[in-house]
Each structure stands twice: as structure tokens, then as C-alpha cells.
Ligand binder design. Sequence first.
Ligand code: OGA
Ligand code: MN
Length: 308
Amino acid sequence: MTINVTPLEHVGVEVSGFDINEALTDSIKAELKSLWYEHAILVFRDQDISPEKQIEFSRIFGPLEIHPLKINTSDEHPELFVLENGGDKDSFFTAFYEGEEIVGRLDWHMDLHYTARPNHGALLRAVVVAEEDGLTGFGDLAKAYDALDSETQDLLEKLEVAYSFSMQRRHMRYVNLEGYEPGPHSPKKPADVGYPDFADAVYPAVVTHPVSGRKVLEIVEQFLDRVITPQQFGLSNDESIELLERLVAHTKKPEFTYFHQWRDGDMVLWDNWRAMHCATGTRPGIKRVINRTTIEGDITLGRVDSPE
Ligand code: OGA
Ligand code: MN
């Protein structure tokens, strides 16, 4: 078995030349793991995947997380988290964008980023491919960092940024709210979906990847709230807000992103310590099912902002 690696247009690679239903040798597993660290976003096509195989394959990359809230996990396979559009939970995830009703759209984010301890990664597999829309976007924040001018890189080395969890998109400061209206059943506070009131999570604006050592621009639009004490670093509040606006726009540039259009047999794996992701969502009534496995985050990359 020889693994072939084909770069995607801007970031990430497509990995082919193997069949997940054949026994994978230790050297193939090691190669897959190093590709994950090297490229952060791995796309696999035409695989014949069962829940058992997805779980087994995902374990190559680390111990799997069992989601603490049982709501979306399958009883048979607690490692699987099922994401579903077109089912009875749609109304909670429905909102209006430019007057259009959309289910399950998600801004750019990293999973569990708001806890200061993000997952290490996740693998998505399309079970039911949406007839239209339903894309997943991925953005490489190591490449985004590398492309910054050195003046900005030097400034960011000194800064910390805070993320404030919120259930309501209209309370988020750096997402695009133009033409946005929440749906009538959008949750209003964390308790509505059984979440605690998370304290803010604070990160260095540049995080060094614990394994690869690459510098990662720790700026993602969802929940992004502020630069910590900007005046200590020679920035007014206004300047710090404009800096975050500029950086958020930078992370979303096409040269750092890839939008995956799902087909049957696809799997996508990403490194959640380096890549952000988003979902475009679907029109109401469009069925879309994704099985997700999550690689546990065993390192706290940020810190929880609590009183001294
Ligand atoms: C996720 C996620 C995006 C999608 O699984 O964490 O954001 O396209 N999924 O379903
Ligand atoms: Mn996510």
C-alpha cells in the first residue's frame, strides 16, 4: 500500500491510495499521523466506512473523546457524534441570513476553543450528503500566521486575546451580523441547551503548536471578544478592535481556506489545534447527516479567565 498525497488548491491535502477496510501497518499509521501534523486538513475520498471503521481509523490520531452530553451520541457507538440537518432539532439551529432561512450555519471556529482546552482534532464522515449546500470550510491558521507582515507578527507575540462564549450570534463581536436575524427558537442562554455559563478563555494571540512547533494565529471569529489590556502594549482600545477586525478578515482569505463539498464516501480530518472550520448550512427540509469522531485535547492551550 502506498499513500498518495495531492495538495488541495490552497490548504490541506487529499490522501488516497489506501482502503480503510484493509489492515493498516504501523508505518502507514505513522505516515498518516505525520501528514495530519504537516497539512492540518486531510481529505479522504471513496472510502467504504462503517461506524466501527471510522472509530478504529480515528484512534490512529489519539484517544477519542466521548461527548459529555449524551444528546447527540449513538447508544451503540458512544465515540460517534451525529450531526443532523433536516430532522426534528432543526428549529434550534435555524436563522435568517439576508432573509433566507438556513439550518446549521456555523461561523469560523475551533471546537471547544471557549473552554481553553480545544479538542486535538476531529474526523467527519458524510452519512447522508445534502442535495445542495451543506459545505464545511477549513482554514489553516499556521499559514495565515506565516503570511502576516513581521511588524504584525512581532506585535502579536506580546498580546493575549479573550473569547466569550455566547449562545446568541448577535452578541458576538467579530462575526458578520449584516442581514442576520435569529430564528424564533434559537437558544438564548447556555442553560437552554444544558451548558454551563463558561468563563472567558484567554489565549496568546500566537500559539505554538504543541507537536509541530508551528506558530498558529489564534484568531477565530466566533466568540472573539477583545485584546487583553491593549494599552500596556501601546494600543488604544480602538486600535485593538481594528487589529482584530483586520486579523479576522485575514484568516478568512481564500488562500488560507478550503471548502469541502461532500460526496458519498468522503471523510475529512483536521487538526483542531491549528485549523479552524465553519459550516455553510442547508435550506430547511434538506437532509444532511454527518458522523463525527473527536480526538481528545490533552493540553490546555489557553487559560480560563477567573478572578485571582
Ligand atoms: C463540527 C462542525 C461542521 C459541519 O463537527 O464541529 O463544526 O459541516 N461541523 O458539520
Ligand atoms: Mn465545529
